[in-house]
Design a protein around this ligand. Structure first.
Ligand SMILES: [Zn+2]
Length: 473
């Protein structure tokens, strides 16, 4: 029998339940906890990092105890340092002299994703709440970090066991054309950014003495291989040879960060116009002629990308923002239907634009959410929710995009949290089952990369139950 009072009571009870769920947030639900612990178990394929050789880590500092990684080095090599002051570390200074000022560097950034993504590393790897450190605890933390980095095994432990990364694509932008592997889990990436300036050798010279990109020159590469560089045709042959070399040395995809230097709108320029720029220094060219040459080369790179089956990772979104909206890539995507494109950073903040590109170019485009939660956690969560109802779930990958163990761990954990939260909301809303959510999480963190790069399956090692150790020196 229908009872109006019982009906009203159940409505009230339902609303109270919903209200308390909202008040506590998704992360306090059992659904989230179950999903997150599922995600924690997934051995990860991280499609983008910048992990330098151990003796060249950018976080190394000169201290009274010798050269090593310390707390200042970690924060100065976090993304926060690009958007907020981090007190400089002077060689051999006392830790407390640094911390006296440095502790206030965080006063206005407590809510920032650029800050928050690092906190899981201090919480989980060091057992401290970075938000509540006393000066003594900060010094103790600094000492532990320094001690850990005396042994490369720390990096191995954090990356492969704590972060649970099985394979990591490494963009070695400090030696782009050398293809040297430093770590057993590392997958080579061919960074093609500097190739667009091959119109003249001076583009690769006269850089500061400490310039780490000296090895970029395709002219040096040509010389080493006895190839001439007297015409645009010669240059195209050198690029072809570079692709062969990259493929031979194990590179699996291409990467460009041109969005930091210029617009990512690339016209399909005629060869005549590109030839007009070849052999001339930048000072003898107009900006339009430089752009013509660069555009022409990028179109050829897309063709080589298809020919050598090396998918093309393109930085989109946050960079030189007047020209980094992923929509600017449309003519390049349309003109190169056989090239596989991976749109980095989800195009932040243009995550909806990236979704419509995926709808129109579904057969040859992927999204990589690398760096996105670190740029803005809430945008990333919204992006995952929107993307998953806009295009198929086998098209999203992820990466940590950091240069030290703590950054990699923090960015990874933050990413796991973000994806789990977005998926839990879909489950709680009744849009997808928990089983589907688990499958999607596994796709994003692992299976999608293995589907796009099936050759990686031969390099998987976790199922063998082995432990990766550094080679003894
Ligand atoms: Zn990067």
């Amino acid at each position: 029998m229908f009872s109006p009072s019982r009906f009203v009571l159940s409505i009230v009870l339902f609303l109270v339940t919903v209200q308390s769920l909202l008040a506590q947030g998704t992360r306090s639900t059992e659904t989230y906890r179950r999903l997150k612990s599922h995600v924690d178990q997934i051995p990860l394929i991280d499609t983008h990092d910048h992990l330098w050789p151990f003796d060249k880590l950018p976080a190394l500092r000169q201290t009274k105890q010798g050269r090593g990684v310390n707390l200042a080095g970690l924060w100065q090599n976090s993304y926060l340092s690009g958007y907020n002051k981090i007190t400089p570390w002077n060689d051999n200074m006392e830790f407390q002299a640094w911390w006296k000022d440095a502790q206030h560097d965080f006063d206005n950034v407590r809510a920032l994703s650029f800050y928050q993504y690092q906190l899981p590393a201090y919480r989980d790897l060091y057992g401290v709440d970075f938000e509540k450190l006393t000066p003594d605890q900060a010094e103790e933390l600094n000492g532990k970090i320094f001690d850990h980095y005396k042994d490369q095994r720390w990096l191995y432990h954090v990356v492969t066991e704590r972060a649970n990364i099985e394979l990591m694509f490494n963009d070695t932008y400090w030696s782009r054309l050398e293809f040297v592997q430093s770590y057993p889990w590392e997958v080579q990436v061919f960074n093609v950014t500097s190739l667009v300036d091959g119109y003249h050798p001076s583009e690769y010279e006269n850089r500061p003495a400490n310039n780490p990109f000296k090895v970029d020159s395709p002219y040096d590469f040509a010389k080493k291989h006895g190839m001439t560089m007297d015409s645009l045709d010669d240059y195209l042959k050198v690029i072809d040879r570079l692709f062969l070399e990259a493929k031979d040395k194990g590179a699996i995809c291409l990467k460009t960060t041109l969005a930091y230097q210029r617009t990512i709108q690339f016209d399909n320029v005629s060869k005549d116009r590109a030839e007009a720029a070849f052999g001339k220094p930048r000072s003898a060219l107009t900006p339009e002629q430089v752009k013509d040459f660069q555009d022409y080369i990028i179109w050829r790179v897309c063709e080589f990308s298809a020919k050598y089956e090396l998918p093309f990772q393109i930085h989109t979104g946050q960079a030189r923002i007047q020209g980094s909206n992923p929509m600017l890539l449309i003519n390049l995507l349309e003109g190169n239907p056989k090239t596989k494109f991976i749109l980095f950073h989800g195009g932040f903040p243009w995550v909806g634009e990236t979704a419509v590109i995926m709808q129109k170019h579904w057969w040859h485009c992927w999204i990589d959410s690398v760096w996105l939660p670190v740029l803005s956690y809430s945008t990333a969560k919204r992006a995952f929710i929107e993307w998953l109802d806009s295009f198929p779930s086998n098209r999203i990958m992820w990466g940590a995009d950091c240069n030290h163990a703590e950054g990699i761990y923090g960015a990874t954990e933050y990413h796991r949290q973000c994806v789990s939260e977005a998926l839990a909301e879909k489950v709680l809303d009744g849009d997808i089952s928990e089983e589907t959510a688990q499958k999607i999480a596994r796709q994003i963190f692992r299976d999608n990369a293995l589907e796009l790069f099936p050759q990686l399956k031969d390099r998987l090692w976790k199922h063998k139950g082995i432990k990766l150790e550094p080679k003894a020196n």
